[in-house]
Unconditional design. Sequence first.
Length: 317
Amino acid sequence: MNTDKRKVVLIGTGMVGMSFAYAVVNQGGICNELVLIDVNKERANGEAMDLNHGLAFAKSNMRIYAGEYKDCKDADIVVIAAGVAQKDGETRLDLLQRNTEVFRSIISPVVKSGFDGIFLVATNPVDIMTRVTYELSRFGASRVIGTGTSLDTARLRYLLGDYFTVDPKNIHAYVIGEHGDSEFVPLSQVMLATKSVTEILEDDKNDYKIEDMESIEEQVRTSAYKIISAKRATYYGIGMAITRIVKAILGDENSVLTVSAKLCGEYESKNVFIGVPCIIGRNGVKEIVELSLTDSEKEKFQNSRQVLEDSFNGLEL
Ligand code: NAD
């Protein structure tokens, strides 16, 4: 008998949710049961049919079906990519309040099902929605994770790899803070293999320049806007980022990923959910990695934390 059941429930079968589902099916071996839930049941049904028709071409078999909240009971992970779009003239806080109502309609039935796994949130603004999930579910903080700056970090490593002509896998660099305008790159922590990039910039002034680092950071920060203006939404990259986090959890990898996690004194902060490098394994956030930031990086981090605090405090929960 196969006791290695790995079950994931996806709530929100829009572009982001289904990009994740498609990546899971194509990468293979990540989970063997995938349940799709959406307020639009017809859509979830159609998506399940469509994915099932591709299974014959997939690397490994899996069970995919449109389900109900009771199906969360024995799930390992509930991924949330459900959300509403911004209306004309609506403020960011209005949108946040409406998404909070969406989450109220989701978290309560998930918890009632007896779900005892890990929440992984992708809905924007992701750091706030992760904190909302934590507050509504009353789960332990290590079991409530947001995608945080995982995608931004992937974008950064791709751009740095291109700049230094090095495989991004050998670039160690993180985008931290809010997944949004106040995020930043602590340059003091960027490494090419084991050599720090600040040292490389110092040693090789002709080829590499600090201004280029600033430009790369700006490109990372604004890439979502550019993609949205070109094709209305971003979804493949985030779909693959969610897949990567799910794989780290189910594989008990202890991989370091920049997810949105609750700080409990790290980075001189408490309570806020914010993108920081974390060791991710079977039980969610195993440890928050505290980077040795410079004074100006600490200031940027506190600024980003404050942005998130202010947004969260404006919410009616
Ligand atoms: P979408 O409109 O295509 O999909 C949203 C889905 O949520 C729809 O299928 C809708 O029916 C469903 N939904 C709405 N209310 C629901 C409810 N009460 N219960 C269940 N399902 C419900 O949107 P999308 O492009 O897939 O984006 C989804 C979210 O992901 C947005 O908030 C977006 O901003 C966010 N996003 C996050 C990142 C990131 O890095 N974290 C990147 C891109 C997008």
